[in-house]
Design a protein around this ligand. Structure first.
Ligand code: UTP
Length: 295
């Protein structure tokens, strides 16, 4: 592959965190959904780690009112760090340090009203600029090694264009699913996507798991995008329009996603990440088993 055909590097990620999280109320009344702990860390930490592993250098959080805890979380906690230092808690300090992005690696833009995911992504246009970028929905956690975004980047390096992650489901009618044109291993060329297809009409069983690599031309389309499903400006609608002029591929990544956007999904994510924790997995399994037996 020569320099002309090498896809432009993806350096920036947009993390839309301005939603109201109404499906997990009252937990989200004063705490952002993305800050709810999934076992031992906020959900958003897993998503940032996934993107960091994929080489992302700059994180653009699209925030709203009530979301300042996210900004604080990615800042230094001076009093806490000072106290830990005085108590010689070097390991804890190092761990906190690992979770703090380098100076200048985060931006926060405000979506004044939750008008939809497409609108949230559009709010990041000036910070992204004219380069390809990643979008990670922080209420979808992925468990994969290499990380889901890492797997997507590997395919992007080969095919360029727009790349999204997908996963098989038994209930395609509940999700946005892709319409594949052809398949080569885990990589599928797309010809379309359908939001919640009627039963029996699903073009595939592969649902879109909230991870995207997009070209900057999406912003002009989002700008003119009218309201779609649910009266919101939908990212999917602009992606379908972009597909008329640019390639879209889907990667059936090796791993699993956990939708923390509703109460049972959140519970499932907490259990799964506790069970997968190398230090606490066994104790978590015993605790969960006991909870079931003693109920
Ligand atoms: P969701 O629809 O799952 O999140 O959007 P929500 O709106 O918070 O959920 P409910 O239905 O009220 O419970 C997917 C992602 O897009 C963000 C959300 O924060 C979430 O991470 N989002 C959604 C925005 O940033 N702005 C919006 O206007 C809508």
């Amino acid at each position: 592959m020569n320099a002309e055909t090498t896809p432009r590097r993806v350096r920036k990620a947009v993390l839309p965190v301005a939603g109201l999280g109404t499906r997990v109320l009252p937990a989200t009344k004063s705490i952002p959904k993305e800050m709810l702990p999934v076992f031992d860390r906020p959900a958003i930490q897993y998503v940032v780690d996934e993107a960091l592993a994929a080489g992302i250098e700059h994180f653009i959080f699209v925030t709203g009112r009530n979301k300042s805890a996210i900004e604080d979380y990615f800042d230094r906690a001076y009093e806490l760090e000072d106290t830990l230092r005085q108590k010689n808690k070097a390991e804890l300090l190092a761990e906190l340090d690992r979770f703090t992005p380098p100076p200048g690696a985060t931006s926060f833009v405000r979506q004044q009203a939750p008008l939809g995911l497409g609108h949230a992504v559009w709010c990041a246009r000036d910070v992204v600029g004219d380069e390809p970028f990643a979008v990670l929905l922080p209420d979808m956690l992925t468990m994969a090694a290499p990380s889901c975004m890492q797997q997507m980047m590997a395919h992007y390096a080969q095919v360029g264009g727009n790349v999204i992650a997908v996963e098989p489901t038994d209930a395609p009618w509940s999700y946005g699913v892709i319409d594949p044109a052809s398949r080569n291993g885990r990589l599928l060329k797309m010809r379309g996507m359908v939001e919640k297809p009627a039963k029996g009409t699903e073009p595939s069983n592969l649902f879109i798991t909230g991870r995207y690599i997009l070209q900057p031309e999406i912003f002009a389309l989002l700008e003119s995008q009218g309201k779609g499903a649910g009266g919101e400006i939908q990212l999917t609608d602009s992606m379908v329009r972009l597909m008329q002029s640019q390639d879209f591929h889907a990667v059936e990544y090796d791993g699993r996603s956990y939708d923390c956007g509703d109460k049972i999904g959140y519970l499932n994510a907490v259990a799964a990440f506790a069970l997968a924790n190398k230090d606490f997995g066994q104790a978590a399994a015993a605790t969960l088993r006991a909870a079931l037996e003693n109920r």
